[in-house]
Design a protein around this ligand. Structure first.
Ligand SMILES: Cc1ncc(COP(=O)(O)O)c(C=O)c1O
Length: 405
């Protein structure tokens, strides 16, 4: 019961947006309780088994002690990230690397290290929605720039990006291969970002969580390879997607900027340590990733082909073939993505089955954008994806809010 003297949660707490992906969970729970089978295309949780070497590393931890690791990461884990980058042609000093709690913490640390409260970063929308949450946590503003479905969510012209730069802009934050679009920026797009950053004295925060999951275009790229702007680049990295190990909570922040790395180390010291056992377990994978990541990329390519072929074939759906990650973002002939995704869970069944998808508007900060778009995460095996696409086709045929789009 509130009284006249009640304590109030901060405006930051009040303004944090709920995850667009988890919003529909209660509806899915209810459908499941009614015995409905749901194909989950809504969340970026890989269905593939984590590498055996990683799991063995967890099982084989025998010590009775479970100590903190050093704040920058276990020496051997930092060395393993260094070896990992060496394999993609990047020579990084250990002082330029810090082990984080997933890519998530690396994003938060990067924002806190390059911007003060009230500063801004440019983000291309649709974007990974948790960037909004990290911006709220760090009191950094987001200046969104819209990407277009008809361009395959590739970057707009440099003038459009530069027109959003203000005296408070500190960085451009982007993700390639992209979530939620699957778009992989071309070398010339990366060059363009590099030019803009140099011209306007900005940092580049490059989220490379999906680096290996590329179907067309160059693999093993990194923004840090662009020597001209390497000093102003911060790479966000993670084992989560490339090793199907989201629960390990191991990521990495890489930067050649000494001031950024000093600040980030102090942030890391305040949170003490990333998980000790998991840090040890990922070491062999970082030293030798390709036996796992090469087949993984092939599996996702084949699934992408299945989902894309179906979507392209459904009347009224606008979709471009994504080049990486494991997402497809599509414009559907519907009135509203959230209404449609909810209706799938509450009203629509095809032989006792339905599907769960993510409404597109949650990947935009700008109100009104993305209402006809949805994201599909192809984290199911191909027969299940085929079935899910059949369900989608039928659902779109009978959905009461269908539009002519
Ligand atoms: C683009 C992107 N960046 C970062 C993350 C964070 O992942 P994690 O904290 O598991 O490394 C995700 C997870 O979905 C993501 O899609």
């Amino acid at each position: 019961m509130l009284t006249g003297n009640e304590v109030r949660a901060s405006s930051r707490a009040q303004h944090a947006l709920p995850s667009p992906i988890r919003k529909l969970t209660p509806l899915a729970d209810r459908a499941r309780d009614e015995g409905v089978h749901i194909y989950h295309l809504n969340i970026g949780q890989p269905d593939l088994l984590a590498p055996e070497a990683l799991m063995a590393g967890i099982r084989d931890y025998r010590s009775g002690l479970l100590p903190y690791a050093p704040s920058a990461g276990l020496d051997d884990t930092v060395a393993a990230w260094q070896a990992y980058y060496e394999q993609i042609g990047l020579d990084l000093d250990r002082s330029e690397l810090l082990v984080t709690l997933g890519g998530s913490e690396a994003v938060l640390f990067a924002l806190m290290a390059i911007a003060d409260p009230g500063d801004e970063v440019i983000v291309f929308e649709p974007t990974y929605a948790n960037y909004f949450g990290f911006a709220v946590m760090s009191s950094v503003g987001i200046a969104p720039i819209a990407l277009r479905s008809e361009d395959g969510y590739h970057l707009p012209a440099p003038e459009e990006i530069e027109s959003r730069i203000t005296p408070r802009t500190r960085a451009i934050l982007f993700c390639t291969p992209g979530n939620p679009t699957g778009t992989v920026y071309t070398p010339s797009e990366l060059e363009m970002l590099s030019d803009i950053a140099e011209r306007h004295s900005l940092f580049l925060i490059s989220d490379e969580t999906y680096r290996e999951i590329v179907f067309e275009g160059p693999r093993d790229t990194s923004m840090l390879k662009l020597a001209r702007t390497a000093g102003r680049t911060i790479v966000v990295d993670s084992v989560s997607k490339r090793f199907g190990a989201t629960g390990a909570r191991i990521g990495c922040l890489a930067s050649r900027h000494p001031g950024v790395m000093e600040g980030v180390l102090r942030f890391a010291q305040a949170r003490l340590s990333a998980p000790t056992v998991e840090q040890r377990a990922v070491i062999p994978l970082l030293h030798d990733p390709r036996p796992y990541t090469d087949p993984l990329a092939e599996i996702y390519r084949s699934r992408r082909d299945v989902v894309y072929a179906h979507l392209r074939d459904i009347e009224g759906v606008q979709v471009r073939r994504p080049e990486g990650a494991f997402y497809i973002f599509a414009v559907l002939p519907i009135d509203d993505g959230e209404r449609f995704a909810s209706w799938l869970l509450t009203d629509f069944r095809l032989d006792g089955e339905t599907l769960m998808i993510s409404p597109g508007d949650g990947f935009y900060l700008t109100p009104g954008r993305g209402t006809q778009e949805v994201r599909f995460a192809y984290v199911l095996e191909e027969p299940a994806l085929e079935r899910a696409m059949t369900i989608l086709r039928e659902a779109l045929r009978v959905y009461p809010g269908r539009t002519g789009a």
